[in-house]
Design a protein around this ligand. Structure first.
Ligand code: FAD
Length: 448
């Protein structure tokens, strides 16, 4: 059995840790804090400049709000008021929706505490590979150095969106990554020129872009397009309608019949949310074919009802639609090419007989994270997949994990990487439970 190194005890070397966590977003940060509370030393590795915040909470924009009420956002499973207290200090209401950047600061404070108590260190680098030998992981970093750890946790988050083949010839006016610096520069340019913007995808990423454009004072027209043209619904107060395990539906068809019936009785928000405590068990009760069917047919509907937006955000979107500035369309992109004054795009509205063309200043890929883990461009994941240390899950959307999110020998995965097993594992209320379970499992495995 391995010995967990406590702070203050002699370590094998200053490059050797009990746990190496790759990915300093919400998942990795909460895990580092969980380990620190258990007195287990770890190093949190992130080379993106978003250490302690990750993609979702590194936004600097006031318009970007959480899509979970403040009272649901504690980083600690057993301390529901932990974030609320922080939010109330800033004048917020526990039932309200905080700015995401405030939540980012909160995560940063949690990480600082773990660093200050001597249990956590941070490493600002990108992990490019990892190999397991003689009960240790050796992790290669892009600065040429290596670190060793008894356990490795992959918390690398969602993978960058798929390249869209229709935009292969679109050049720099197609913004492939809506979270990067190019997207911010494009928003500025659009605000300046007032040219039309195309958002491909109509989910939460589209909403973020719309908010960014609105906050920047953009006056141009926005076309948001996806196959079904569904946009996220708004949060609203409702009377909860909890269900007993014995009342739960079994199988995909039965689940949607059950949801329709219960929505008619209790309202759709109450119906969807009544399944939350059972979401992992329900997902795991579906066989592979049913899970695939869910992804193919039901997912867009599920996403817009389950992952709802703050009422303030919904009001902005509704205002922009009402004023004719934002148009949401069900349809398909046919092709796109660079034109002297922008990007010329051909698209087909669902039900229309002809293809339409329009010119946009920029088009943004808002289709959401990469769906196929085999096509990841993350160097660490690539190396682990290529060496066979990790395997894609049954659907190919994340990594195969067992029990308490174990992906291999002394190897765990957290957050969106584990959605094949758990499906609902991308929001903080789910991630904090997973991080607590993984921390306990690591302690058990490495030996106290
Ligand atoms: C825009 C947005 C808004 C959201 N809003 C909410 C919300 O309001 N409430 C809620 O509960 N959930 C929300 N979510 C969902 C959820 O909180 C996030 O998906 C969650 O933060 C995932 O965190 P993560 O740490 O797993 O991944 P990420 O935040 O993606 O962090 C992973 C980090 O790992 C780094 N990394 C990747 N590969 C390597 C490598 N090889 N070496 C070093 N570093 C690496 C990345 O650069 C990144 O910084 C939102 C998600 C998004 C995208």
């Amino acid at each position: 059995m391995l010995q967990i190194r406590r702070p203050g005890l002699t370590t094998k070397s200053d490059r050797h840790f009990s746990v190496a966590i790759v990915g300093g977003g919400a998942s990795g940060t909460i895990l580092a804090a969980q380990l620190a509370r258990r007195g287990i030393d770890s190093i949190l590795i992130d080379g993106s400049g978003r250490m302690g915040r990750g993609v979702a909470y590194s936004t600097t924009e006031a318009a970007h709000l959480l899509n979970v009420r403040a009272e649901g956002m504690s980083a600690w499973a057993g301390e529901p008021d932990h974030f609320t207290r922080r939010f109330e200090q800033e004048g917020g209401d526990r039932r309200g929706f905080a700015q995401r950047r405030l939540f980012g600061r909160y995560l940063g404070e949690i990480l600082d505490e773990a660093v200050q108590n001597g249990c956590a260190q941070v490493g600002h680098a990108t992990a490019t590979g990892a190999t397991y030998g003689e009960a240790d992981w050796r992790i290669d970093l892009d600065d040429g150095s290596t670190i060793d750890a008894d356990a490795l946790v992959l918390a690398v988050g969602n993978q960058e969106p798929e390249a869209l083949s229709a935009f292969a010839d679109a050049g720099l006016r197609f913004i492939r990554n809506p979270w990067g610096a190019e997207a911010r520069a494009a928003v500025e340019d659009l605000t300046h020129t007032g040219r039309a913007a195309l958002l491909v995808g109509t989910g939460l990423t589209m909403v973020d872009l719309v908010l960014s454009l609105d906050a920047a004072g953009y006056q141009g027209r926005i076309l948001a397009l996806s196959r079904r043209g569904l946009i996220p619904r708004s949060h609203a107060d409702f009377e909860p309608s909890p269900v007993e395990t014995s009342e739960l539906p079994s199988g995909l068809r039965a689940m949607f019949r059950w949801l329709r019936r219960r929505s008619a009785e209790a309202g759709w928000r109450a119906a969807i949310d009544s399944l939350r405590p059972y979401s992992h068990a329900l997902w795991q009760s579906l066989d592979d074919q049913e899970q695939r069917r869910f992804l193919r047919h039901a997912r867009p509907w599920w996403d817009v009802h389950r992952h709802r937006i703050a009422p303030e955000v919904a009001a902005t979107v509704a205002r922009m639609i009402g004023e004719g500035q934002l148009e949401v369309v069900a349809g398909q992109i046919v092709g796109a090419r660079s034109a002297p004054n922008g990007l010329e795009v051909d698209f087909h509205r669902r039900g229309a007989s002809a293809t339409q063309s329009a010119t946009f200043g920029y088009a943004f890929n808002c289709t959401g994270p990469l769906h196929s883990i085999a096509r990841t461009r993350d160097p660490l994941l690539r190396s682990l997949l290529d060496s066979g240390e990790v395997r894609p899950d049954q659907l190919g959307i994340g990594l195969e994990v067992e029990g308490t999110s174990r992906a291999g020998e002394h190897l765990w995965a957290l957050g969106p990487l584990t959605k094949g097993r758990y499906w609902e594992i991308i929001a903080v209320p789910d991630i904090r439970e997973q991080a607590a379970a993984v921390a306990a499992d690591i302690e058990r495995e490495l030996g106290a």
